[in-house]
Design a protein. Structure first.
Lengths: 518, 157
């Protein structure tokens, strides 16, 4: 909604829990949003928008920022004419992720200002403030969210923040500010540090900090969702809630800590604020190490304030997710299990192939890793084991970062050959049925250019390229995989069958797209 | 309404309408003019795993989540998920479970989530018209009739 109110020209991103709904909602409300093949491309497109004087919103989950880190670190040196807001949706506790990295570290490492909203109202207001900061200082800004801010709903009043209208897009030559060759990047780095010092001074003097007056015995410095827990766990405490958490309002923090007898830092994840405070010589109490893991909540914050690090009660495990009955991935894993394959896997619904009854996926590292890891295994295992390695990757993940793996396979083929199995269910299923370049439909499900995996594989010179529906004939599918494994050649097998949950929508989109639009 | 927020946890399995039920409840509370926050976990839940959603409303609400052992009401849509979620319920809290409903009376068995909201509605200070309006706002029109019947079966339990 804030992106609409701010006149954001273009929203880009790659789906990932808990960030996915942002672009979908922006599009539903009338904004122009598009899925990119991956987060790096999404950010690069956003940079182009901001270089052109317009406002860009780029969304991703926390691990997505690893993929987009390369452009992020250097765009920080450049001068923007428009606004560039990068949303990093972190997942402490790993509700649906492979790690719980704390992306506040990225703001510090890249020198990118960062805002942390603590509820839906602030998500709205901070998005607008982020645009204001981005345009005032001509820098990109990180809007760092966490699962409980993303996946909670709280009441939002619209129109509470007013910012100037966007500029008319126009490109001005400015080589030293935009072309980061060493000669221009050296002064650009100096300029960035100067800008960050100005923003820090503004954050100390003005900023988006909130002071909750309370007892002078206990004070709490906090930010983001942890603020809500702290308010509830310690209604009597004084609280300094930070809105802009990079660069920090260090003098505000110092004055606050000195105004109370005991000052705690309540933060989820890494001891980011604690380390910064202590480096600046501010005496603060840190949480015990056990609270670095998983999400915080009101009860855990209460324990931190009571200095209680006794073992916590473990929640009763719920029913784990499983591949749907009739899911095409089931047929694939049955075959891989029967053939006793070694399966470097990847990220998507098919990651569930690691769980019983299949237990047929051996590795999961990051998006696209299945192909590279498989090649490494083929290069190093003894021949009889190497011949059993099959890399498994989903359709959306393949577009995201599997294509370069395929190029690697062609360029450095293992002696025993290799088999890449693309599980093409026609959608980005795990995150909730988003489109991708392999579906040939846009974020809004309209027809567009389509990347055809088999054509791509053949164009790279891979000899054995097969397309098969794994659910039609189990024996035939298994025999095909076996025959590929037997050859010391490169094979790509595309197991194509629409996701059961998506198939109705896919037919509906296709039907709508075929109707004349005169 | 007292100073302490009312805490409701709705739980079940992916695909049972846990989130929908919590949306409807949050809508009712929102339209009554109190502060309301809700929280849910997505992601892998779509694959039939456990799902739960917390709704809190009152004069002032901070955390969007209900602390363990603090739920005033626990609505569980799948009987086998009761043991998994029972720790959420406070002492003296009310458990609302599918065994309270005679499923054979429901025009559509999928409306069990709404039938259980009907049971919950009996304990909350919102008028029945507010619930009816929220159901109609949050569900597609073709499902209105079946769900309104399910709701009144639960409410008159």
């Amino acid at each position: 909604m804030a992106a609409i109110d701010a006149g954001v020209k273009l929203g880009t991103g790659y789906p990932g829990t808990p960030s996915t709904e942002i672009l979908e909602t922006f599009e539903t409300l009338g904004g122009r949003a598009q899925w990119s093949p991956n987060e790096k491309v999404a950010l690069e497109v956003g940079i182009g928008v901001a270089f052109s004087g317009a406002r860009a919103l780029v969304t991703m989950k926390h691990v997505g920022l690893n993929v987009a880190a390369d452009p992020l670190f250097t765009v920080a040196y450049t001068r923007l004419d428009g606004a560039l807001i990068v949303v990093s949706a972190d997942d402490p506790g790993m509700a649906s992720s492979q790690n719980e990295q704390d992306n506040r570290r990225y703001a510090l490492a890249a020198g990118v200002p960062m805002l942390e909203p603590s509820d839906s109202q602030e998500a709205y207001e901070f998005m607008l403030r982020a645009i204001e900061i981005s345009e005032r200082w001509q820098v990109p800004v990180l809007l760092r969210m966490t699962t409980r801010v993303c996946h909670s709903k709280t009441i939002v009043k619209r129109g509470t923040v007013n910012i100037p209208p966007p500029h008319t897009p126009h490109f001005e030559h400015d080589f030293p500010s935009r072309v980061m060759i060493p000669a221009y990047a050296r002064p650009a780095h100096l300029r960035l540090r100067k800008t960050l010092a100005q923003i820090a001074a503004w954050n100390d003097a003005e900023g988006l900090n909130q002071l909750v007056a309370g007892s002078s015995s206990v004070g709490i410095i906090t930010s983001g969702i942890a603020f809500q827990y702290a308010r509830e766990a310690a209604p009597e405490a004084s609280i300094l809630k930070l809105g802009v958490t990079y660069p920090l309002p260090i003098e505000r923090m110092r004055a606050f800590a000195e105004s109370v007898d005991l000052c705690y830092v309540i933060e989820e994840g890494d001891p980011y604020l604690v380390e910064a405070a202590r480096t600046a010589g501010i005496a603060v109490e840190a949480k015990p190490e056990i609270y670095r893991f998983g999400e915080l909540n009101t009860a855990r914050v209460r324990r931190i304030l009571n200095d209680d690090s006794s073992p916590e009660a473990k929640p009763i495990p719920g029913k784990p997710p499983a591949l749907c009955p009739g899911c095409p991935h089931r047929s694939v894993y049955n075959a891989l299990k029967n053939l006793n394959c070694l399966v470097p896997g990847d990220i998507g619904c098919y990651s569930l192939g690691v769980l019983p009854p299949f237990e047929a996926m051996d590795t999961l590292v990051c998006m696209g890793a299945g192909i590279g890891v498989g090649l490494g295994m083929r290069h190093s295992l003894p021949p009889e084991e190497a011949r059993r390695v099959v890399s498994v990757i989903g359709d959306s993940t393949f577009v995201h970062s599997g294509i370069t793996g395929l190029v690697e396979m062609v360029y450095n083929p293992p002696e025993s050959g290799h088999v890449v199995l693309i599980l093409d269910n026609g959608t980005t299923a795990m995150t909730g049925m988003q489109e991708h370049p392999g579906t040939g439909r846009t974020l809004a499900h309209a027809h567009t250019g389509k990347v055809v995996f088999e054509d791509l594989a053949r164009s790279l010179g891979i000899k054995n390229v097969h397309v098969i529906d794994p659910t039609q004939d189990a024996a035939k599918f298994e025999a095909l995989i076996q025959s590929c494994l037997n050859k010391p050649e490169l094979s790509v097998v595309i197991a194509r069958r629409d996701c059961l949950l998506a198939t109705r929508s896919i037919h509906e989109y296709e039907r709508c797209n075929e109707q004349p639009t005169d | 309404m007292s100073n302490q927020p009312t805490n409701v946890v709705i739980a079940g399995l992916g695909g049972q309408g846990v989130i929908k039920a919590s949306d409807i409840l949050a809508d009712v509370a929102f339209n009554s003019g109190v502060e309301v926050k809700k929280s849910e976990l997505h992601g892998m839940s779509q694959r039939g795993g456990s799902v739960s959603s917390d709704v809190r409303f009152g004069e002032r609400v901070f955390s969007p989540m209900v602390s363990a052992g603090k739920a005033d009401f626990l609505v569980v849509i799948s009987q086998d998920q009761v043991p998994v979620n029972i720790a959420a319920l406070s002492k003296g809290g009310v458990l609302i479970e599918p065994s309270l409903i005679d499923e054979s009376k429901l025009p559509n068995k999928k409306s069990i989530n709404v039938a259980l909201l009907g049971v919950l509605s009996h304990h909350l200070p919102f008028p029945v018209e507010a619930w009816t309006a929220a159901l109609q706002r949050n569900l597609p029109e073709k499902l209105h009739e079946a769900n309104l019947i399910a709701f009144s079966i639960g409410r008159n339990q």
